[in-house]
Design a protein around this ligand. Structure first.
Ligand SMILES: [Zn+2]
Length: 222
């Protein structure tokens, strides 16, 4: 574990000519082996360090071909074989990518979105990325590492989009109207955020024990 550090913020009041030292609740130093991930459909995985990874759209890319096959020969072996091939491609991709991520990070904090609701909303688009299946594979691969504590923790996604990762103010986009907002500026501290990267940072802080409503996030670069 990274040793805790005290973060001291000095505030000078020139008018009174005195110096006041505030001690704020410490946050663990973020190791490069630790990351928050915000999963989604527009971008499959967004990391707290700003990295973004998209999944291939295996089903979408083969949809026309499958449609043609189904019209020509219902229940044919060809259709079933094509669908099985798509499933295999997706599973293979998920295994390789989860292995790669599990080698780079020891601790993953995963924003635990409601996958059933996403599936109802987005149907085939969601099925194509299968984020729940990917999360389970990543969790298993981290757990199988033998070089120290490695794990995936599921973190509530509540307010992760609305909370500013710099100051903790709930100043981000809200409700259905806010779904289209990809970038926003915090009215509390003036920081400009990419929606998904900010959510991933809040997920990381929340996973480290800072609740989203404490409003005490310390501004820093990850
Ligand atoms: Zn802010």
């Amino acid at each position: 574990m990274t040793p805790q550090r005290r973060c001291e913020a000095q505030r000078r009041t020139q008018r009174e000519g005195i110096s006041i030292t505030e001690t704020r609740k410490p946050i663990e130093i973020i190791s490069s082996k630790e990351a928050g991930i915000d999963p989604g459909l527009s971008t499959a995985l967004t990391f707290s360090n700003g990295e973004k990874i998209n999944f291939p759209k295996f089903y979408r890319e083969s949809q026309k071909l499958i449609g043609n096959l189904q019209r020509k020969c219902k229940n044919s072996k060809k259709v079933k074989a094509k669908q099985a091939k798509i499933n295999n491609q997706r599973t293979n991709h998920h295994h390789q990518l989860s292995f790669y991520i599990a080698q780079r990070y020891k601790m993953i904090h995963w924003s635990n979105d409601n996958f059933n609701a996403l599936k109802r909303l987005h149907g085939k688009s969601y099925s194509d990325v299968s984020l729940g299946a990917f999360r389970d594979l990543l969790e298993a691969k981290l757990a199988s590492r033998t070089d120290g504590p490695c794990s995936l923790t599921k973190v509530s996604c509540k307010l992760s989009t609305q909370t500013c990762s710099s100051c903790g103010a709930t100043a981000g986009p809200k409700g259905l109207a806010g779904l289209a907002v990809r970038e926003w500026t915090c009215s509390g501290c003036g920081a400009t955020h990419d929606r998904d990267v900010n959510a991933a940072k809040v997920t990381l802080f929340s996973g480290q024990g800072m609740s989203a409503d404490q409003g005490k996030f310390i501004s820093r670069k990850l």
